[in-house]
Write a protein that binds this ligand. Structure first.
Ligand code: ADP
Length: 416
C-alpha cells in the first residue's frame, strides 16, 4: 500500500485538471479561487504530513474574504459549495486513479481536514456576516442620528429666525397703537409712517424666510419649475449691483463687476431664479466680508458653459465645510449666533441660501462650488464662489409638455 503523501502526489495532476474544469464553469468562483487551488492542494499534503488541520485556515480565510468582497450573496455561504465540490472531486479522483485500498485510506485521512475546513468556513462566514450587518446597522443609526439632528436644527433655526421679525412686528404694532392714542391727545406730527415702515420690514423678512423654506421643500421634492427665457448674465449682474448698492455703501465695500466674454450673450435660463442665486451668493459675500473689503464678480466662457465667479476678501470657509454649506441648514458655527440680518457682517441666516442656489443651478444643468484657503477671521483669506451654467440657444423641451402634446394629437387624430 502507498503512503498517503504518495497517493496525494499521484493524483495531484488529475485533481487540479478536474477542479479547474468543474469550478471554472462559474466565472465568479473562478476569479475568486482558481489561482489558489494548487496552493490548497499542497496545503492538504502538508496537513496530512504534519497532522495539523489548522494549517489549511489561511487559504480558507482568503477565500471567505474574497468571496465576501465579490458579494455573490451576502446572506448565504459562498465557500461551502466550493468545499463540497472539492471534496467530491477528491473522492472521485482518488477512486479513479488509486487502488481501492489507497483511495479509501486517503479519503479517511482527508475527512478530518475537510470537517475542520467546513467548520472554519462556517464560523468565518458567520463572523463576516455579523460584521457586515453591524456595519449596516451602524450606518442606519448614523443616518437616523443625522436626520434627528437636522430635525432639531430645523426647529431651533426656524424658531430663532422667525422670532426676530415677529418681535419687530409686535414691537412696532405696540408703538403704532401708543402713537395713535398720543397723537389723538396732543395733535402732534404723525410718526405712524415710520412705525409702519418697521412693520413692513419685519413682515418682509418673515416672507423671505418662509419663501426660502418653500423653495427648499420644492427642490427636495423635485418640484422646482425652471421657466426658461432669454437671459443676459451681464444684465442680471447689473441688477444685483443695484439691489445691494445701499448696503455696499453703508458697509464701505468695494464692489466690482469685471466684464467677461459671453456675459453679454443671450442664453436661456430662468432669469428670476438665476437672479435669486446671484443675490444669495453676493449677499453672503457681503455678510462674511468685513467693512471696507472687496467683492469682485468676473467669469469666463468655456466650451458649452459660462462660468461666473464671485470673490470676496472675507473670513473664508474651512475646506471641511465647503461641501456642507450647500446642504440644508449647513451653516457653519453655532445656531445661537444667528440673527436675521441679511447683510450685516457675519449676520448669519437660516442656512438655506446656498442649498437653494445649488438646487436652482442644478435644475439648469449647471454646478456651483466654492474655493477658499480656509476660515480665518483675522487674516481674511476670502472665498470664491463659482457658478457654472450651460449656454443654451433655446429653451430645452419640456418632456411632460411634449408628452401631453403627443397624447392630445393622437386623441384628435382618433376622433376625426
Ligand atoms: P446663511 O443663511 O447662514 O447665510 P447660506 O446657505 O447662504 O446660509 O450659507 C451657509 C453658510 O456658508 C453660512 O452660514 C456661512 O457660514 C457660509 N458662507 C457662505 N458664503 C460665505 C462666504 N462668502 N464667506 C464665508 N462663509 C460663507
Amino acid at each position: 500500500m502507498s503512503s498517503i503523501t504518495d497517493s496525494m502526489n499521484q493524483i495531484e495532476a488529475a485533481w487540479i485538471a478536474e477542479a479547474e474544469q468543474r469550478l471554472a464553469s462559474d466565472e465568479a468562483i473562478q476569479r475568486a479561487i482558481l489561482d489558489s487551488l494548487i496552493r490548497f492542494y499542497n496545503l492538504m499534503i502538508t496537513v496530512v504530513e504534519c497532522g495539523t488541520p489548522g494549517m489549511i485556515e489561511p487559504i480558507l480565510d482568503e477565500w471567505v474574504r474574497s468571496s465576501s468582497r465579490i458579494e455573490l450573496d451576502k446572506h448565504s455561504s459562498n465557500v461551502t459549495p466550493i468545499l463540497n465540490q472539492i471534496f467530491s472531486i477528491t473522492v472521485e479522483t482518488a477512486r479513479k486513479n488509486l487502488e481501492n485500498g489507497d483511495a479509501l485510506a486517503l479519503i479517511e485521512t482527508l475527512l478530518p481536514v475537510f470537517t475542520h475546513s467546513y467548520l472554519y468556513v462556517a464560523q468565518r462566514e458567520t463572523q463576516i456576516q455579523i460584521e457586515d450587518m453591524s456595519a449596516e446597522l451602524e450606518e442606519a443609526r448614523e443616518s437616523l442620528e443625522q436626520l434627528d439632528k437636522s430635525k432639531s436644527d430645523f426647529i431651533s433655526i426656524a424658531a430663532h429666525e422667525l422670532k426676530t421679525p415677529l418681535t419687530l412686528i409686535e414691537g412696532y404694532t405696540a408703538m403704532v397703537r401708543e402713537q395713535i392714542s398720543k397723537e389723538k391727545e396732543s395733535q402732534k406730527e404723525s410718526q405712524i409712517e415710520i412705525l409702519l415702515q418697521g412693520i413692513d420690514h419685519g413682515t418682509r423678512r418673515l416672507h423671505e424666510i418662509v419663501d426660502d423654506m418653500i423653495d427648499v421643500s420644492m427642490i427636495d421634492n423635485n418640484l422646482l419649475k425652471i421657466n426658461f427665457q432669454p437671459v443676459w448674465i451681464n444684465r442680471l449682474l447689473e441688477l444685483v449691483r443695484q439691489e445691494f448698492s445701499q448696503t455696499i455703501e453703508t458697509r464701505m465695500l468695494r464692489f466690482e463687476i469685471i466684464p467677461f466674454a459671453g456675459s453679454n450673450e443671450l442664453t436661456f435660463g430662468d432669469g428670476e431664479r438665476l437672479y435669486q442665486v446671484l443675490c444669495n451668493v453676493v449677499s453672503n459675500s457681503i455678510k462674511y466680508t468685513p467693512d471696507k473689503g472687496q467683492i469682485t464678480i468676473g467669469g469666463r466662457i468655456l466650451p458649452g458653459f459660462i462660468e461666473i465667479t464671485v470673490a470676496d476678501t472675507g473670513i473664508g470657509i474651512d475646506p471641511d465645510d465647503q461641501t456642507r454649506i450647500f446642504e440644508k441648514f449647513g451653516r457653519v458655527g453655532s445656531v445661537s449666533l444667528h440673527s436675521s440680518g441679511k447683510t450685516k457682517f457675519k449676520g448669519g441666516g437660516p442656512g438655506l441660501g446656498l442649498p437653494i442656489a445649488k438646487g436652482i443651478i442644478e435644475a439648469h444643468g449647471g454646478a456651483i462650488w466654492v474655493e477658499s484657503e480656509g476660515f480665518d477671521e483675522e487674516r481674511c483669506p476670502g472665498a470664491t464662489f463659482h457658478v457654472l451654467l450651460p449656454i443654451r440657444k433655446e429653451a430645452p423641451e419640456d418632456k411632460l409638455a411634449s408628452l401631453f402634446r403627443m397624447v392630445d394629437k393622437t386623441q384628435k387624430e382618433q376622433s376625426v
